[in-house]
Design a protein around this ligand. Structure first.
Ligand SMILES: *Cc1c(COP(=O)(O)O)cnc(C)c1O
Length: 396
């Protein structure tokens, strides 16, 4: 079991949290470094390349640390591609977007090294100009191999999915002159999964596209690999990478987001009030599930909380909710070994990914400030937010 709170314990024991304006995110440098070392070891043993999927984590103050360990960045579109180019300039920039825009594609060529298309149509439309500009081009394929039941909204292989070209459409639409443009293939089908799911997926990829992969320079296996989780089977991942390299002679890319910053952040929050309804005690916090940890509602999941249990194993039960008007702004039900009080500080774990890059100001909620929790154990404020950040999104 990972100690999700290992990086913040000494900071809290020294009483330093009491001086923080809450809510705020603390990003843990030591944990980012530990994750980076795991990824770097996969790179060194297999010769693969690993990219940071910025949609999960794009706090660029940490890019100088992260780039020591990995090969570059992956973007979901123009802005993330620009961020990757600006903030990790010595490394590769890759982009995948479900559909590129005419009015953005020219600028995208300034930033991206690899451009992955989602359809034969888009490859045909933008491929020639990208090729003239020296880009490496890829097509996202869909192996139609679902390996997850838990998170249906994160399954690109579900029937009717818009993501990736399925084999039958490839056969219908692909022509020799378009195929000529291709340097690589890309698939992304996993979400928080172990390498057995990759192994299953790779078999489906081979079955459906095994005839064309040897003509490629690279194969990008997407994200969703939970590589830095304590019990992840790294050896099986490396077997998959080596299999692809040896069988097809391709360079292998992985582009995890989650695994780069897994458990590398905390959301520090305070209790504003405690109310009761039909025997349920509910603590209202200054942080909101809907605004500051949206995946809690979207995925959904209950985030880890320091000194609390999610399985009911402690005597004092509380539901934790946010201060917004949304009835469903509930973070989860927890138990504690003591009664909670107004003003208490609560620390949520695994709050680096899909949080700072995904939060919002619904209800006029302030965005939490962001701190670096340094290797020296000190917290340094990186950025703060106020009324202006709420207002400027809404008008002039
Ligand atoms: C979401 C996504 C990733 C990263 O996924 P994680 O689950 O954060 O590892 C990588 N590539 C693509 C195309 C994605 O959509």
């Amino acid at each position: 079991m990972d100690d999700i709170f290992g990086g913040i314990r000494s900071f809290l024991e020294e009483g330093k949290a009491s001086g923080l304006k809450t809510p705020c995110y603390l990003i843990d440098e030591k944990k980012l470094e530990a994750n980076g070392k795991v990824l770097a070891s996969v790179i060194s043993r297999t010769g693969c390349r690993i990219l940071l999927a910025q949609k999960a984590f794009s706090n660029y103050d940490f890019y100088p640390l992260i780039e020591e360990y990995i090969s570059g960045t992956e973007a979901s579109g123009l802005f993330e591609a620009r961020l990757g180019k600006e903030e990790m300039p010595s490394k590769e920039v890759h982009v995948f977007c479900a559909a590129y825009r005419d009015d953005e594609f020219g600028e995208l060529l300034d930033y991206a090294d690899h451009i992955v298309f989602n359809s034969v149509n888009q490859l045909k439309k933008f491929g020639p100009v990208a090729k003239q500009n020296g880009k490496s081009l890829g097509l996202r394929i869909n192996p139609e191999c679902s390996t997850q039941e838990d998170h249906a909204i994160y399954d690109p292989c579900a029937k009717g999915s818009r993501l990736g070209v399925i084999g039958s459409v490839w056969d219908k639409e692909m022509t020799d002159d378009i195929f000529e443009l291709l340097d690589g293939l890309h698939f992304h089908t996993l979400c928080e999964q172990d390498s057995d799911a990759l192994e299953t997926t790779l078999k489906a990829v081979e079955e459906k596209f095994g005839d064309v992969i040897p003509k490629m320079k690279w194969l990008n296996m997407g994200g969703g690999h939970h590589i830095t989780k304590a019990d992840y089977d790294v050896a099986r991942l490396e077997k998959c990478i080596k299999y692809a390299k040896e069988k097809w002679g391709v360079q292998v890319y992985l582009e995890p987001g989650e695994a780069v910053a897994l458990n590398a952040g905390y959301l520090v929050s305070r209790i504003l009030d405690i109310v009761e309804n039909n025997g349920i005690k509910i603590a209202i916090l200054d942080s909101s599930a809907a605004c500051h940890m949206p995946d809690v509602i979207e995925m959904p999941y209950t985030p880890p909380l320091l000194d609390a249990s999610r399985d009911g194993s402690m005597p004092y039960s509380y539901r934790l909710g946010g201060p917004t008007c949304l009835s469903g702004d509930v973070i989860g039900d927890y138990t504690f070994d003591r009664e909670l009080n107004i003003g208490d500080v609560l620390v949520f774990g695994d709050m680096a990914i899909y949080t700072t890059c995904k939060n919002n100001t619904f209800n006029g909620m302030p965005l939490p400030d962001i701190y670096r929790l340094g290797k020296d154990g000190r917290a340094e404020k990186l950025t703060d937010f106020g009324y202006g950040d709420f207002k400027h999104r809404l008008g002039r």
